[in-house]
Design a protein around this ligand. Structure first.
Ligand code: SF4
Length: 222
């Protein structure tokens, strides 16, 4: 059932809120809220913004078991820097997936692979939450162009905040530099978007995701 953001914000125009104000609104109006962290530059910004406001804020990640070593390293860096532990949600081991569905499922049926390794863990992560916070930006892909800064997520049936929705790539980099934040080194090697090793190549926007196939999203956001 679609719900309107005025339920949370009254007459406040969510589009006029800054990224920090969107996080403030999420923390104020959503009793149980957590940030989804996928170790891209947007999450480096959001982890910093969120913990500055609420040091005990919940942050979770979906460990597909096939993330880049650089992403696992950034994970540990963030935990060390902020003195936190990320909540981890994960699919079956690679061995169990291979035993059930055969080897290299990501090559033969990436939708099923994403469903097992991303969507099912996400459903577990969102269980019991009133809302989640994501690093989605409108200019990342046409499928994300109408992302609201805060709105009802009909797909997952909870509120979803995307505080950086109207930020450009330059805005993100400026914040990272100003705050001297840790950032995934893969960005400097041409990866604008970072996912699993088997399905991510260098590229602009989300061009490097599932190259050579018509798949553009894993189903978490679109
Ligand atoms: S991005 Fe690739 S490896 Fe990762 S869950 Fe989806 S299909 Fe599997």
């Amino acid at each position: 059932m679609e719900r309107d953001v005025t339920e949370l914000l009254g007459t406040t125009d969510v589009e006029l809120l800054s990224a920090g104000e969107v996080i403030d609104a999420a923390l104020e109006h959503l009793p149980s809220v957590a940030l989804a962290c996928s170790f891209q530059k947007e999450e480096s910004v959001l982890v910093d913004m969120l913990l500055e406001r609420e040091p005990k804020a919940r942050i979770f990640t979906l460990d597909t078991h096939v993330l880049f070593p650089e992403s696992y390293e950034l994970w540990r860096d963030l935990e060390r820097r902020y003195g936190i532990r990320l909540e981890v949600y994960e699919g079956p081991s690679l061995g169990r997936q291979a035993a059930t569905h055969g080897e290299a499922l990501w090559e033969r049926n990436p939708d099923l692979c994403c469903s097992i390794r991303k969507l099912a863990p996400l459903a577990a992560a969102l269980q019991g939450l009133d809302g989640w916070i994501t690093g989605v930006r409108r200019d990342q892909a046409p499928s994300r162009a109408s992302t609201p800064k805060l709105g009802w997520d009909d797909r997952h049936e909870l509120w979803k905040a995307s505080p950086l929705a109207d930020w450009s790539d330059d805005d993100v980099w400026a914040y990272l530099r100003e705050r001297e934040l840790p950032v995934n080194p893969l960005h400097a090697r041409g990866y604008a978007s970072i996912g699993c090793t088997h399905c991510t190549a260098p590229g602009t926007g989300r061009d490097g995701r599932w190259t050579g196939s018509s798949k553009t999203e894993c189903g978490l956001h679109a």
